[in-house]
Design a protein around this ligand. Sequence first.
Ligand SMILES: NC(=O)N[C@H]1NC(=O)NC1=O
Ligand SMILES: [Zn+2]
Ligand SMILES: [Zn+2]
Length: 504
Amino acid sequence: MNSSLLLGVAIGIAIGCASIFLPYFSDRNQGLNEGCSLLPHRHFWLYSKRVLTPGGIMSAAVEINGGHIVSIVHQNKTPKQTKRAHVIDYGNAVIMPGLVDVHVHLNEPGRVEWEGFVTGTKAAAAGGFTTLIDMPLNSVPTTTSKEAFDMKVDAAKGRLFVDVGFWGGLVPENALNNTAIDELLQAGALGLKSFMCPSGINDFGQTNASHIKEALRILAKYQRPLLVHAEIPQPSEDEKTDMDISERRMYSTYLRTRPPSWEEEAIKILIAVSKDTHFDGSKDGAHIHIVHLSDSSVSLDLIKEAKESGARISVETCPHYLVFSAEEISDGDTRFKCAPPIRDVLNRERLWKALKDGHIDMLSSDHSPSSPALKLLEAGDFLRAWGGISSLQFGLPVTWSYGQQHGLQLEQLSELWSQRPAKLAGQHKKGTIVTGNDADIVVWDPENEIQIGENYTIYHKHPITPYTGKHLFGSVITTFVRGNMVYENGSHASTACGVPILAV
Ligand SMILES: NC(=O)N[C@H]1NC(=O)NC1=O
Ligand SMILES: [Zn+2]
Ligand SMILES: [Zn+2]
C-alpha cells in the first residue's frame, strides 16, 4: 500500500469513528463552557407531568439544545435516553418558565456591602428567577449616564449566575439633555426609571412632569418604557418635626407620613402626561410603568380607568403588599419598612382581587436591601431606618402559597412573574416555554412545605427579612438559564455564566 492510500484509509477510519461518536461528543461538548452548568450536556430533554406552556399545563417533554428550547412534545411517558440526548425525568414536579424580576436593586458597583451581583444572582437562581432587571440606584455611581452604564456592565461581567438587564436612571441632571438620554439608551439601557419623591439616595433626585414628558419623547422613539416610583409628597396638617423615639417607633406613625394621597397624586400626573405621547406622529406612544403599587383604592381606580381609555400604562405590585398588613407590623420592626408603605388588610385584599381580575399586570420583588445597621433594628426608628425589603429569593413560594388562598391559578402566576415582565423588558425570547425561546426554566415542587428559617439557606447578602419564620409551599429543584443548569438542590454552578442583557 502506498503512503497516500494509507493516509486515505486512515482518514476514512477517522471520519467513520467520528461520525459514530459525533452525536455523543456534540451533546457533551458543543458550546459547553466548563463550570457554567451542573449538567455536562447541551442537548437534553426535560420531562414532567406538569409542563406549563402557553397552551396550558400538560404532560410533556421539552427538548433543549444549545441553550434554546427546540421542541415540546406532548406525551405521557418519559422519552427514551439516547446517545444523542440526555433525559431528566422530573415526575410530577412543575416545569415552567424561569421567573423574570423587573425590579431589583443589586447595588453594584459601589454598595456591594448592601447586595451584589454574585449574592443577588445566586439568590435569584435558588428562587427560580432566570432574568433580573437591575435598578439604576443604589449603586455608586447611579446609572444615569453612558459612562456609569458602562461601569455597571463591566462590574457585572463574570459575576452573574442569571441573566441581568439594566434600567437607566432619569434624574433632573439628564432629563432635559436629549444627547445624554440618547447615549444611555444606545449604551443598552432597557428603559428608564425615575422617582417623583426623594429616593433616599442623594445622587438620584426626583423628577417632575416636565422631566418625564421630555424623556417620554425619546423613549417613544426607542419603544422602551419609563418606570416610575409614583409617590408625590403632599402637605399634611399633622406634620410634626419634633417626634420622640417612642412615636418614631410606631408603625402607625410611619403609615401616616406616607398616605395613599401621595400615590394618587403621582398617578394622576402620570396619566395626564401619558395622554399625549404620540410624538412626531408615532402611533404607539410611550409606555409608562408604575412600580410597586400599594394603594388599591383611588390609585388603582385611576389606573383602571386610564387603561380602559387606551393609555399605555402598566403596573406592578410586590409580594410584601400582598402578604403583610399594617395591623400585624409590630412597633419598632423596621424589617417591614418600605415605600410606599404596607397598608391595612382591606387594602391588601383589594390588591389580590385586582391581581386576579387582571388589573395589575405583573409582580416584582423590589428587592432593596441595605447593610443591617441602616435598618436601625435596635432603635426601631421607622422614620430614620432604610426603606427597602429583602425578598428576592422567596417570590415564588410566597406568591404561590398566598395566591392559592386567593384562588390564583398557576398559569396566572406564571404570566405575572414571567411572560408580562419579560415583555416589559423587551425580552421576547424569554418568559414562555415555546420552541425557539431561550431555555430559561424553573423546575419546582409546589406541594413541598418549607419554612424560611434556620434550615433554609438564604443567598442574599444579608438574611434580614420580614419573611423569617413563614411556612410556605413550593421549593425550587432546578433552575436553567439558556440551557445551563445554574442551580440544583442547594448547589450552584461553579462559574457565573449569566450575561448582561443590553438593548439593541
Ligand atoms: N432607593 C430605594 O431602593 N428605594 C426603594 N425602597 C423602597 O422601599 N421603595 C423604594 O423605592
Ligand atoms: Zn421605588
Ligand atoms: Zn425599588
